[in-house]
Design a binder for this molecule. Sequence first.
Ligand code: RRO
Length: 310
Amino acid sequence: MLTTQFFGSIYTNPLMNASGVNCFTTYELDQLADSKAGAFVTKSATLQARKGNPKPRYYDVPLGSINSMGLPNNGFDYYLDYALNYQKQHTTALFLSISGMSTEENITMLHKIVESEFNGITELNLSCPNVPGKPQIGYDFPLTEKILQEVFTFFDKPLGVKLPPYFDFAHFDEMARILNQFPLVYVNSINSVGNGLYIDSNSESVVIKPKNGFGGIGGEYVKPTALANVRAFYTRLKPEIKLIGTGGIRTGQDVFEHLLCGATMVQIGTELHKEGPEIFERIEKELKEIMRQKNYQTIDEFRGKLKDDL
Ligand code: RRO
């Protein structure tokens, strides 16, 4: 009932983790492999392992989360090795996320992927909001275009991009124009809403240490922004480029809404961090129940079919 076709493969359901959550170590990745998620993705990697920003750097709040992790990860080879081992023994799809500290670093990692036996999908993260002194690439439109031009001179494996949220129609239009020039498999919207500030009235203090408390906001706060980005790109991108919807998913109903806006797959970050990998079983059940009540047999019957002309 929830089976989802994505880039020629069939997944048991459209649910994934969002990169960054529960995917740092092989232990956490194995937990996702053993969960009900239809596919999963590794923590965004840099060429060298990184410790990331000082702690506390992730904080759960009632309506979501704030983080300034600063790209801690075990290094590109760690995740590529995991993926190569994993794909020998499993069929559940594993995506490899990369987020180089420079264009050259991204190009180097993408060359390593081309030269490897990796047969899955690569996610190029253009939207890390938390490395001091490194603006989000996705907010620099000419740079985004230049990077994708360079990537597609040699990268011949399936590639998707993770984007930051946009808030203006001019930006949806311009980013869609750029993305439509390339043979991308998917666009993943959205990363966290960059540089929010959560404060605690009692202690009269910020709650995370890096960047004087500023960090990326996720969870319930960001759902309308996530749905807007999914919808805006679904209605602007060529049909070969699928949407992955990320942002504010806590329930089966939230997944239903992302699918209705046009997402093919959906990813869960903040709520996965709060509940752990058992969340996928709950959400799968809730989504099935909504479809049963609405008399939908398959997701294809309603995907993208939001009534948006009242
Ligand atoms: O590691 C992080 O601080 C981080 C990354 Br790379 C990202 O893409 N999104 C986010 O909220 N945090």
